[in-house]
Design a protein around this ligand. Structure first.
Ligand code: SF4
Ligand code: SF4
Length: 96
């Protein structure tokens, strides 16, 4: 996660990690979740669903931070997040 400045108590903070659940057959491929995910966790898949739309999938190298913004934005309730754990924030005082 990127911060615009490094919080002074960063060592004490835990960053949530989420499991992304995509209901492929509900999705209409609008791409809102892909466009607005702050961590760029999602991309449209290359496999279409029964309605002929391309639902999102998780980009393997990315980590969901369980902000649930995609869940809030999705007009078709086709994506939801469950929080699986909280991990220590990466501390890099050399940058920012
Ligand atoms: S919960 Fe947040 S970080 Fe995770 S996929 Fe949705 S928008 Fe992206
Ligand atoms: S916002 Fe919902 S309907 Fe749109 S692409 Fe994402 S999961 Fe599909």
């Amino acid at each position: 996660m990127k911060f615009w400045r490094t919080p002074l108590d960063l060592e004490k903070q835990l960053v949530p990690r989420g499991d992304v659940h995509i209901l492929r057959e509900r999705c209409k491929g609008c791409g809102f979740c892909v466009e607005y995910c702050p961590e760029k966790v999602l991309a449209l898949s290359k496999l279409y669903n029964k309605k002929g739309y391309y639902p999102p999938e998780v980009v393997p190298s990315k980590e969901c931070v369980a902000c649930k913004f995609c869940e809030l934005l999705c007009p078709d309730f086709a994506i939801f997040i469950t929080e699986k754990e909280r991990v220590a924030a990466e501390v890099n005082r050399g940058e920012g």
